[in-house]
Design a protein around this ligand. Structure first.
Ligand SMILES: [Zn+2]
Length: 147
């Protein structure tokens, strides 16, 4: 962010009207740019004093401390939103991993179920031979199956 953009955001910042991304970039800039930080302090003192006079409140004794607190609160807000965002992302990823595991288990148990099916069908064939009264084939088959 350049100084001109940052300085155009001073009033919206004081009025809490910046979007979160703007707020983050703005704070980044004013904490590293001395010129813009000074500008912000002047505007903050001016606008806050006017507001406090308008609302018939006592004037702050330390605008620069007030501003510091305001910036810290904004940073905490950004951190909190980011934390919530990443936590949601992590939960989503974990949910996807669990889903993948469950789907994987589902496939695994299905392939286990296939085996008894196959042996059942072998048993059926043997029974059909038995019904045909063919003892020799039955015997051979039994030998083959017992092998
Ligand atoms: Zn600047």
């Amino acid at each position: 962010m350049d100084c001109r953009t940052a300085q155009s955001m001073i009033t919206p910042f004081i009025d809490n009207k910046l979007k979160l991304e703007e707020l983050e970039e703005f704070i980044d800039h004013v904490s590293s740019c001395h010129e813009c930080h000074e500008e912000l302090e002047v505007y903050y003192a001016l606008l806050t004093a006017m507001k406090q006079l308008n609302e018939d409140r006592n004037l702050s004794d330390d605008f620069s401390l007030d501003l510091k607190n305001k910036i810290e609160r904004a940073q905490e807000k950004i951190l909190h939103v980011k934390y919530v965002y990443y936590r949601k992302k992590v939960i989503l990823i974990l949910a996807m991993i669990f889903m993948a595991i469950f789907i994987g288990l589902g496939y695994a148990s299905r392939s286990i179920n296939v085996d008894p099916g196959v042996s059942k069908s072998k048993f059926k064939i043997r029974n059909e031979f038995k019904h045909g009264n063919n003892d020799w084939i039955d015997y051979q088959l039994e030998l083959y199956l017992n092998d």
